[in-house]
Design a binder for this molecule. Structure first.
Ligand code: BGC
Length: 746
């Protein structure tokens, strides 16, 4: 029976694909009639040929959105995603159908569609694996195509200056090289299937509280070396076609009308050839924004519709400037292959999505503590009780515009929304049940579940089992920040209670940010599973039982407490700088026009400057709970024989040996300490390698470190410099365990 269902699914898919291929033909034949259909021409020449034929109205129509379909004010041509730019059928130019897709394609439930929910972005970043990141993006790209979209609105790469930021789960951690490399590969993967990639939120949108009003004060050097560096690296790898400017102000100007960010840095210094689109409602002017380098307003046409046309007709905005915006959009349509490979809807490969989601989850889960090798659970374990966190039915996901809908609906009912915002971002649990997954891989053990609502019952259940596993979570969403990195009091109490009842207690965390752990000394083992996606529980079961040896390492520091953060207290907006969302179903247009006018600013000062994440704790000598780059394995590794040959590309070679009894993959990390005169924090990540090793095996590894991994940004000359002096290269298994070091001079 099961096989028959699979066969009929495959048949439907084949019929669909065949009819879709047929549907594609007329378009392609039509496309051949244009001078710009010649794929041997460069994207720039093709764009220029189109522009010569365009009317002003057609040009303007490319420079703005048409409303948001789920607020019911978009035309029927929209595919139902967050944004949409008109096609120009006369010229064969396709529409740009945009969908949010940070960890999978969003808003499928209403349309009855399936999308794969991958592990969240910060989770996947713990793989430190550019190839996995590419797979992640390519899967998203394929599903976007299958669902009729042509552009992702994912690619978040804001650095975790403020780990309580409600979107930390959507970003790639705290280091610009790691975040930029991984995000670049995600977007390269997206674009590999002719879908337009995106990087966001450019820039310094580092907290959600008051995001539409806040003015982020930060030095040019700090921006260039950290936050903007991540974008620069991601862009260099991916050539993403889109960059979304953010809601906030940066050093006085809104990011979407900030000529330093958009023109001087992004378009000139980073050689960005694609187009800048505003975050949704992040446009605040016509002439200033156009001059500054904004190419497309989304999701509406408040500023880049008639007002922009009027500005051109009255000569305030030149034809050349309009042509430049249009050119960037058209050349992206050609460069990504969207024109030559039109999007055709088809049934997505669900099983393939599951497989990739599980593989990435297995690389993302981080083993943080493992006293007396309690894990992996062996056949000597006869009974395990899972406690709390709805571990009987599912795993939690991150919310907001990134929310990937749970197939069949949330495994745990969402609380009734109190306002419009909550109605949009209600929390969802994916139907990937840790209870069932563990039962499947430990068939001869008794695996049970108690909710943890009753502490006495939880303690009794923990006592009567060989091993107790407590599940705790911290839900995060766009539009709000965490007030603290602490888990809820109830969950902390539950963990304390279970750990007191059974010394063999494991804590599994599902969080989108670091969590504090007041109970750390009492828990025998701790596993950070993040928001692990549609096959999260299956991946977790494999890690817990050792079918998979954990390899993940933290892409973000876990501090001991909020008090150790650069900003112990979140900077909150005054009431006039906040958006008030009405009741569920309220008319969004009022909110959009309030946002468009620009809410009164309030200030944040990122005075920690270059000291983001581990650089802060290093410089301030603050002990942490778990450092950046940390993660345990069921085997152990040794490092030896460092040699460093300085040059334009410095060769860093060393040997890694698997000193334990299991095969494993070690992430070997390379850091550099710059000369004192550089004024840099104590060290920065300059490279890494993932090394597969059989028990007892050694491998010699060479990590090339390019010159620009060692340079600093000099504000006076507006350029990058290598500070002469002594550099110490440090190698090891985490940012705080670097047994090899060697000094070299430049
Ligand atoms: C978010 C973006 C998102 C857009 C469209 C905005 O509120 O900040 O990340 O792409 O909405 O949904």
């Amino acid at each position: 029976m099961k096989r028959r269902i699979v066969q009929s699914l495959a048949l439907t898919a084949a019929l669909f694909a065949a009819s879709s291929a047929f549907a594609q033909l007329p378009w392609m034949q039509r496309a051949k009639h244009y001078a710009w259909s010649d794929a041997s021409l460069s994207p720039d020449s093709r764009a220029d040929l189109v522009i010569k034929e365009m009317t002003l109205d057609e040009k303007i129509s490319l420079l703005h959105g048409q409303g948001m379909p789920f607020f019911s004010n978009a035309p029927s041509e929209s595919n139902g995603g967050a944004g949409y730019t008109n096609a120009i059928p006369r010229l064969g130019i396709p529409a740009i159908q945009m969908a949010d897709s940070a960890y999978g394609v969003t808003r499928g439930a209403a349309a009855g569609r399936y999308s794969t929910a991958l592990p969240n972005n910060l989770g996947a970043a713990s793989s430190w694996d550019p190839e996995a990141a590419f797979e992640y993006g390519a899967l998203i790209g394929r599903e976007l195509r299958d669902e009729g979209y042509s552009m992702t609105l994912g690619g978040g790469v804001n650095l975790a200056r403020e780990p309580r930021n409600g979107r930390t789960f959507e970003y790639q951690g705290e280091d610009p090289l790691l975040a930029g490399t991984l995000d670049g590969n995600v977007e390269k993967g997206v674009q590999s299937v002719h879908i337009i990639g995106d990087l966001k939120h450019y820039a310094i949108n580092d907290q959600e509280s008051g995001r539409n009003a806040v003015n982020a004060n930060i030095s040019k050097r700090a921006m260039r070396e950290s936050d903007l560096r991540a974008f620069e690296i991601a862009l260099g790898i991916s050539n993403a076609g889109g960059v979304m400017c953010s809601y906030n102000r940066v050093n006085g100007d809104f990011a979407c009308e900030n000529s330093y960010l958009l023109s001087d840095v992004l378009k000139k210094d980073f050689h960005f050839e694609g187009f800048v689109l505003s975050d949704w409602g992040g446009t605040h002017s016509t002439v200033k924004a156009s001059h500054a380098g904004l190419d497309m307003e989304q999701p509406d046409k408040i500023f880049f519709g008639d007002p922009l046309k009027n500005a051109v007709e009255s000569g305030v905005v030149s034809q050349d400037e309009i042509n430049e915006h249009v050119h960037r959009i058209l050349r992206t349509i050609f460069a990504t292959g969207l024109f030559d490979h039109p999007v055709v809807k088809q049934v997505p490969d669900v099983e393939g999505g599951y497989r990739i989601a599980q593989q990435i989850a297995e690389k993302s889960i981080v083993l943080l503590k493992n006293r007396h090798d309690l894990l992996p659970l062996t056949s000597a374990v006869h009974s395990v009780v899972l406690i709390g966190g709805h571990a009987d039915v599912g795993v939690i996901t991150g919310g907001g515009s990134a929310q990937v809908d749970a197939p069949g609906g949330s495994a745990v009912p969402a609380p009734t929304p109190k306002n419009m915002m909550e109605a949009i971002i209600h929390r969802q649990w994916l139907p990937s049940s840790p209870l069932r997954a563990l039962q499947a891989v430990m068939p001869s053990a008794k695996i049970s579940y108690v909710s943890g609502d009753d502490l006495q019952a939880a303690a009794a259940a923990a006592k009567s089992a060989d091993v107790a596993i407590v599940f705790a979570y911290q839900w995060e969403s766009e539009g709000m920040d965490l007030s603290t990195l602490d888990l809820s009091d109830d969950q902390n109490k539950l963990i304390e209670t279970v750990a007191a009842a059974n010394p063999k207690s494991v804590v599994v965390l599902e969080t989108g940010s670091p969590a504090t752990m007041p109970w750390i000394d009492n828990a025998a083992a701790v596993v950070e599973a993040w928001y692990p996606g549609i096959r999260g529980a299956e991946a977790l079961a494999n890690i817990l039982t050792g079918a998979v040896n954990p390899t993940g390492k933290l892409a973000i520091t876990f501090p001991k407490s909020d008090a150790d953060l650069p900003h112990p207290k979140l900077v909150l907006p005054p009431p006039e700088s906040e958006i008030n969302f009405g009741a569920p179903g309220a008319d969004i247009s009022n909110i959009m026009s309030k946002m468009a006018k620009g809410l009164p600013p309030f200030q944040t000062y990122y005075d920690e400057g270059l000291k983001v994440g581990y650089k802060w704790y290093d410089a301030e000598k603050k002990p942490v709970l778990f450092p950046f780059g940390f993660g345990l394995s069921y085997t152990t590794y040794g490092y030896s024989g460092l040699s460093v040959t300085p040059g334009d590309s410095t060769a860093v070679s060393f040997t890694v040996r698997n000193t334990g009894k299991r095969a494993g993959t070690e992430i070997a990390e390379v850091y550099a300490s710059l000369p004192d005169a550089s004024g840099e924090p104590p060290k920065r990540l300059v490279g890494w390698a993932r090394v597969d090793l059989a028990p007892g095996e050694s491998k010699q590894i060479s990590v090339p470190v390019s010159r620009d991994r060692l340079t600093v940004f000099d504000e006076a000359s507006d350029s990058w410099k290598l500070v002469p002096g002594e550099y110490v290269i440090r190698v090891g298994g985490s940012s705080q365990n670097l047994p090899l070091q060697k000094a070299v001079s430049f």
